[in-house]
Design a protein around this ligand. Structure first.
Ligand SMILES: [Zn+2]
Length: 483
């Protein structure tokens, strides 16, 4: 085996995605240089590819938020203990995972400070001063920040991290109707970002009361399906009613002269989506990053000998310049062979490779190689801009199509609990069944199958019987093992 080849086999992905998904996933994240471990367990270092993906998700989402009138703000990382305790359900939901600051230097703080697990309490204490009259509403605010939830479950990069990055949307309305109407707008934005940018399909639905966000009246989620057959919660939206506005006295004088409490919502998309995206699209060679969010959309690899080097590099530089409106890297590293470069960019998930050798230079062509299908196609240099644009678009669409096919094939309509019991362990997937709405049935389903109700479909009318008690079904429940 030549030296380079041996190096390759040790560095590359050593397990098949279909055979050992967990190990494959970790190797793609670490060897693909998307993120790395740090001395703090469960807290990641985002490498340039991983952080670049997040920046692109953030940018795209932020544009959508601003388009509908949402404004960005920033609030402190710390929350005084007395504030965190102000809304009962909220504090009960979070307290097992809260990290506390107790000292400054050697002196103990008079009041412990929580490292924010989410910012409702610190924000609403302050915002209550900003809302006086109906004229101050609606107030639709968002912050891009990090939060800490000190989970004790086994951490998995991006999918389950103690610290993660997200958007925290917080909106305040004068009426319940306005607050409820925001739901479809925000879920629509998240649907667009996940489907059109991350190429990730999902199942939109309402969480059950057992599974909803601590402090919310109702929670809604987009659920994704991972290749191992487990579901994972993506972006979510919470209708908080008046719980926080009553706890934090966010009230206003309405048009009729009476004082009323405001209606509130919260919503988020987090860096977990990066992990879902890598898990869903990647293959045995490594990551495949959808062009819309890839920090490098195409890489130009020059192929030359000592004699042709100058000519080839010149042509590559010209092509690079022609593609200035795309995120393109020209890989000029001299110590690596073209083959080694191909392999490295495949591992790192760059969606399109542009190969340029002396033959292509003399023909006025380049070779385009797709990361998702491995197809190679020769195109004219003159048409490079439209050809690259076309291929990136095809890759983006193909990734979504593949993921959607996988999701659709793994949604099983069932009316017999035994089928879930048997198949959930064998092949996983999402089991769609009738549910009467009782918490007791929900609990039993979870105990007996190991799968839980991840959400309730919004757009499918319930029919038939509850899969557990056989009473009339009120909801269409999506049931799966979940992260
Ligand atoms: Zn039931």
């Amino acid at each position: 085996m030549p030296e380079g080849e041996q190096e390759k086999s040790q560095e590359g992905i050593t397990v098949k995605k279909s055979e050992n998904f967990d190990e494959w996933y970790t190797q793609v994240i670490i060897k693909g240089e998307i993120a790395d471990y740090t001395p703090v367990s469960g807290c990641l270092a985002f490498r340039p590819i991983g952080y670049g993906i997040w920046e692109n998700i953030q940018k795209a989402t932020d544009i959508e938020f601003k388009r509908v009138g949402i404004q960005n703000v920033y609030f402190p990382l710390f929350i005084p203990e007395r504030l965190l305790k102000k809304e009962q359900e909220h504090v009960e939901g979070f307290s097992p995972e809260v990290a506390w600051v107790t000292h400054a230097g050697k002196s103990e703080l008079e009041e412990r400070l929580a490292v924010r697990p989410t910012s409702e309490t610190i924000m609403y204490e302050v915002i209550s001063r900003w809302v006086r009259s109906w004229r101050d509403l609606p107030l639709r605010l968002n912050q891009w920040n990090n939060v800490v939830r000190w989970e004790f479950k086994h951490p998995t990069p991006f999918l389950r991290s103690r610290e993660f990055l997200w958007n925290e949307g917080h909106s305040i309305f004068a009426t319940k109707e306005e607050a409820e109407a925001e739901r479809d707008q925000i879920l629509g934005i998240y649907k667009k970002i996940t489907e059109e940018f991350l190429a990730l399909p999902g199942i939109i639905g309402r969480k059950t009361d057992t599974e909803k966000f601590a402090g919310a009246e109702a929670s809604y989620s987009i659920e994704h399906l991972l290749p191992d057959g487990k579901a994972i919660q993506g972006p979510d939206f919470h209708f908080d009613g008046q719980r926080f506005s009553k706890a934090f006295e966010i009230s206003f004088i309405d048009r009729d002269g009476t004082r009323k409490h405001a209606w509130q919502n919260t919503w988020a998309i987090s860096t977990r989506e990066i992990g879902v995206m890598i898990a869903v699209h990647g293959d045995d060679k490594g990551a495949i990053i959808p062009p819309m969010v890839s920090p490098i959309q195409a890489v130009i690899v020059p192929i030359y000998t000592e004699e042709t080097k100058r000519t080839v590099i010149e042509a590559c530089t010209k092509i690079h310049k022609m593609l200035e409106n795309y995120r393109v890297k020209l890989d000029e590293r001299e110590h690596l062979t073209p083959g080694r470069k191909f392999y490295e960019w495949e591992l790192k998930g760059v969606p399109l490779r542009i190969e340029v050798g002396m033959k292509e230079v003399s023909e006025g062509t380049v070779v385009l190689a797709r990361r998702d299908t491995g197809e190679r196609r020769k195109v004219s240099q003159e048409k490079i801009v439209s050809e690259v644009s076309y291929e990136l678009d095809q890759i983006q669409k193909n990734l979504y199509r593949r993921a959607k096919k996988f999701l659709d094939e793994n949604i099983h309509i069932v009316s017999d609990l035994n089928i879930i019991k048997k198949e959930v362990k064998e092949k996983g997937g999402i089991f769609r069944a009738g549910w009467c709405g009782s918490a007791e049935c929900e609990k039993k389903i979870k105990e007996e199958t190991g799968a839980k109700i991840i959400n309730l479909s919004l757009d499918i009318a319930a029919s038939g019987k509850c899969i557990y008690c056989n009473k009339e079904a009120v909801y269409v429940a999506n049931i799966a093992r979940s992260y």
